[in-house]
Write a protein that binds this ligand. Structure first.
Ligand SMILES: N[C@@H](CCC(=O)N[C@@H](CS)C(=O)NCC(=O)O)C(=O)O
Length: 218
């Protein structure tokens, strides 16, 4: 296992929050590099960071000299690096279900309320603060409604999104719930998501990964 793991992240980023949960579950402690997404036009747009992650997004994990972007690629890499506890089930159908939930958050919810999208809506299309809030609540709500239906109606859902131990699905869901709270989305229509979030918040790995518990928190 490479001893030299470095994580480039920002306390408020939910994609980095996912990676922090996975690292904590695995008991891995990378060297942290803080990339402030709002200072000086965004440190992720600096030439130095562009050389590390040309996509100019956080997280980015550097392992044995290789920079890996994309939180899900990072988490699956960590899962292969240190297989215990597993973050994906062994059974192929179960694995597909966990990825379905995780990607439902990471591909179909998370990109829409992302900083660069909000900046474009505001600076190029003239959206005001109310419109930006409505945009964020709408797209998170759409995604959560679908996830709530999926999880509530399936016996494969347990204490967590899949069974009784945390997987990649919970790792994606919980940070998105934190984002939803930040825009004051009313969560009472998602009782299964709330129940799973509560179960996850009993685990130290999830609590320690929370934005307010990071050294760069403001
Ligand atoms: N699909 C990417 C998304 C990464 C991403 O969008 N990160 C956000 C923070 S949560 C970011 O760097 N945003 C900067 C921006 O939008 O300018 C992943 O899962 O890692």
């Amino acid at each position: 296992m490479p001893a030299d793991l470095s994580l480039y992240g920002y306390f408020r980023s939910s994609a980095v929050f996912r990676v922090r949960i996975a690292l904590n579950l695995k008991g891995l402690k990378p060297e942290m590099h803080f990339v402030h997404l709002r200072k000086d036009g965004g440190e992720h747009h600096s030439e130095a960071y562009k050389r590390i992650n040309p996509q100019q997004l956080v997280p980015c994990l550097v392992s044995g000299g290789q920079a890996i972007g994309q939180s899900l690629a990072i988490i699956e890499y960590l899962d292969e690096l240190k297989p215990e506890p597993p973050l994906l089930p062994k059974d192929a159908k179960a694995r597909a279900r966990v990825r379905q939930i995780a990607l439902g958050v990471a591909c179909d919810i998370h990109p829409l309320p992302n900083l660069r999208v909000l900046q474009y809506l505001k600076n190029r299309l003239g959206a005001d603060e109310d419109a930006l809030l409505e945009w964020q609540r709408h797209w998170i709500g759409e995604g959560f409604s679908a996830l709530e239906r999926l999880l509530a109606s399936d016996t494969a859902t347990g204490k967590f999104c899949h069974g009784d131990s945390p997987t990649l699905a919970d790792i994606c869901l919980v940070p998105q719930m934190t984002n939803a709270r930040r825009v004051e989305l009313d969560l009472k229509s998602y009782p299964t998501l709330l129940r799973i979030e509560e179960a996850a918040c009993e685990l130290p790995a999830f609590v320690a990964a929370r934005p307010e518990n990071q050294p760069d928190a403001e």
